[in-house]
Design a binder for this molecule. Structure first.
Ligand SMILES: [Zn+2]
Length: 414
């Protein structure tokens, strides 16, 4: 399921939830409504009409008015649907105090979730109820990682883009003994016994951690030398986990560096993981940059220009990109200008507005959206793909630092 969602879809939903999370009503007057695909719109309407009636009993005059206004807005919107969309419908609506002004405004957000919702819920509270959507966003597939040699074993989880190092245990198994004869053979037997005990402990830790990991998709085991194979082939892992071992990978390191090396080496095995996908996308970009530079471009201006010419195959954009596209309009001649500003200047640019070149009067602020949304809209017009890339890989970090967070692979050069 989660692999079908695009990185852009996830990014946009995350941004919206961040924004909604900050909103508070003055009273218990913000409505959250979750409608699963199976629910009849008519049923929902009658529930809302009932709520409207009940709201008449609210003591505070302003809360009563706000709740009823919000219910009315929701019903207006619902009238546009004969039945819920494929994944259901989520609506947030209520009177939100407006910044600067002493007034409130009814705001409404209607969204189709990226996955089907299963709950039906109506809630009126001083904040919006976002948990079901937040849960939906949490990456669902996890991979277990074990890096080991005879002296230590490190356990980690890879979930979506994030790596969580869980613990390292040590064995106390001594290294090879260089004495000869009888004592050497005895010593070797002791070492074998200790190694066996250590594998049993590694197995117990792995079982404890990974049997309780929801949506565990697979386990990859790595390390220098033959230890990892002895461990995987022996009877140390719970049979359910053993079935999930995707592969065994040779590494030069153990411990935390070994975990990162394992992710790097196990690319094929973990191909569904987003980190690997992001690396692959950027490696393609870097390859073209070196070999066929006419097939790539980077920087906001350049990428926008290529998008407008329909020349872009894939836009690669850093998710940390804190740039916004602000739109102004001249109230007299209607001329529109757009500017890109940094996040920290976003509030300021609503008040300090540019003057119209022609009329010499101050322009009106129309709207601001993230540059990523702006690029996504441009991309949609020409059917270009857009990928939102984290900075959690070296390649992603490179996109952010060296290319200003915006790059593109082109359909054709020139
Ligand atoms: Zn003007």
């Amino acid at each position: 399921m989660s692999s079908k969602r695009s990185s852009l879809e996830v990014y946009l939903l995350e941004k919206l939830l961040e924004e909604l999370d900050k909103k508070r009503g003055r009273g218990t007057e913000l409505i959250s409504l979750y409608i699963p695909p199976s629910r009849q719109i008519g049923d929902v309407m009658s529930v809302l009409r009932e709520e409207y009636g009940t709201a008449a009993n609210i003591k505070s005059k302003s809360t009563r008015k706000n709740v009823q206004d919000a219910l009315e807005s929701i019903m207006q919107r619902l009238k546009l649907f004969r039945k819920p969309p494929e994944n259901g419908l989520v609506i947030f609506c209520g009177a939100i105090p407006q910044e600067g002004a002493g007034s409130e405004k009814i705001e409404i957000y209607v969204l189709e979730p990226p996955e089907p919702i299963s709950i039906y819920l109506y809630r009126c509270d001083s904040k919006f109820y976002l948990e079901p959507l937040k849960e939906m966003l949490a990456e669902k597939e996890a991979y277990g990682l074990i890096v080991m040699d005879r002296s230590e074993a490190t356990f980690a989880k890879l979930k979506g883009r994030s790596v969580e190092i869980l613990e390292t245990i040590t064995s106390g198994v001594p290294g090879k003994h260089d004495a000869g004869g009888q004592s050497a053979r005895r010593f070797e037997r002791i070492i074998e016994q200790m190694a066996h005990e250590f594998y049993k402990r590694v197995g117990r830790h792995a079982n404890e951690i990974f049997l309780n990991t929801p949506n565990l998709k697979g386990i990859v085991v790595g390390g220098p030398g033959p230890t990892k194979n002895e461990f995987v082939n022996g009877d140390y892992l719970h049979y359910e986990l053993k079935q999930k071992v995707l592969g065994v990978v040779d590494l030069s390191y153990t411990g935390e560096p070994g975990i990162y090396e394992l992710i790097e080496r196990a690319q094929k095995l973990l191909k569904e993981s987003r980190l690997v996908e992001e690396k692959r996308l950027l490696q393609r970009f870097f390859y073209y940059l070196a070999k066929r530079s006419e097939l790539v471009t980077y920087g906001e201006k350049e990428v926008v220009e290529k998008l407008q010419r329909g020349a872009v195959d894939t836009v690669l954009v850093s998710r940390d990109l804190d740039l916004h596209r602000v739109k102004y309009r001249c109230p007299q001649c209607g001329r529109i200008i757009e500017q890109t500003v940094e996040g920290k200047k976003l509030e300021e640019c609503k008040y300090s507005r540019p003057k119209c070149e022609k009329c010499g009067i101050e322009m009106e602020f129309v709207e601001a959206k993230t540059l990523i949304e702006h690029l996504a809209e441009l991309a949609k017009l020409s059917g270009a793909k857009i990928e939102v890339i984290s900075a959690e890989t070296d390649e992603g970090e490179g996109l952010k630092r060296a290319f200003g967070g915006i790059a593109a692979i082109l359909r054709f050069g020139g």
